[in-house]
Design a protein. Structure first.
Length: 256
């Protein structure tokens, strides 16, 4: 993991492009202080004899251990997630990489079925089996699709609709591009939230649902594969993410 030490001995983690990742220190330290506070409160209560008997003291100790475990687990998940972000950007784009969007989506859908009840949401699949291969690594494409569709399913809850489609457009560069869009009928986002969406550690979800690194990682993976990602949303009207990648094999121009 890229890091450097400031003159005053402060460890500075750096992300893609040399950007400081001080948010990692902030988030992990907050979690550790929470654990420290939970334990200190319990020890003070024990010293001051605030528990009637050993059974009550043990019951509280059990709660303290469970809360502390949850907070520490959160810190570990944050550092692991950040590590995967940095590794992804360091690898760079594999020359000649190509992937089937249809196969990747079906693999991701099987994975989502283990985490969500897909029978109570409506998933509209508009990805043709014969869709041309994308110029994107297979592992990266699956990670991108998983992050975005998982977010969509969390947003729509037990009722709602998720639409995923793949289309081809002619870019300003004269090349054919694949556009993969993922739309949901969730609550949508305000303009202020949209502006923060791809920043590391920013999350619109509860702590137990995410650590704010999923969309940051997604954007890094898309950029690594020379693609682009855009998001459109409005409160009460759902959200749409649009991914654009070059086709792995460009079709011949007419008359060639």
């Amino acid at each position: 993991m890229p890091a450097e030490v400031e003159p005053r001995g402060e460890l500075i983690l750096r992300g893609p492009g040399g950007k400081p990742m001080m948010q990692l220190q902030h988030n992990v330290v907050n979690l550790l202080y929470t654990v420290k506070g939970i334990i200190e409160t319990y020890l003070v209560d024990v010293e001051e004899g605030r528990y009637d008997d050993a059974r009550a003291r043990l019951a509280q100790a059990d709660k303290v251990i469970r809360k502390s475990y949850s907070q520490v687990d959160g810190a570990i998940r944050i550092t692991r997630r950040l590590s995967s972000v940095l590794r992804a950007s360091e690898r760079g784009c594999e020359y000649g990489a190509k992937s089937s969007i249809s196969e990747s989506w079906q693999d991701v859908r099987r994975l989502l079925a283990k985490e969500f009840r897909l029978d109570i949401v409506e998933i509209i699949d508009r990805i043709p089996e014969e869709f041309p291969a994308l110029a994107c690594g297979m592992k990266d494409l699956k990670e991108i699709l998983y992050n975005l569709t998982k977010n969509a399913l969390q947003a729509i809850g037990i009722q709602g609709k998720l639409v995923i489609r793949a289309q081809i457009k002619l870019g300003m560069d004269g090349k054919s591009h694949a556009v993969v869009s993922i739309s949901d009928t969730g609550p949508g986002l305000s303009g202020n939230r949209l502006a923060q969406l791809f920043k590391p550690f920013y999350s619109t979800k509860s702590v137990d649902q995410g650590n704010g690194l999923g969309l940051y990682l997604t954007k890094e993976l898309v950029s690594k594969n020379r693609g682009s990602i855009e998001v459109t949303s409005f409160e009460g009207c759902g959200t749409t993410f649009a991914l654009t990648f070059l086709l792995a094999e460009q079709p011949l121009a007419a008359g060639v």
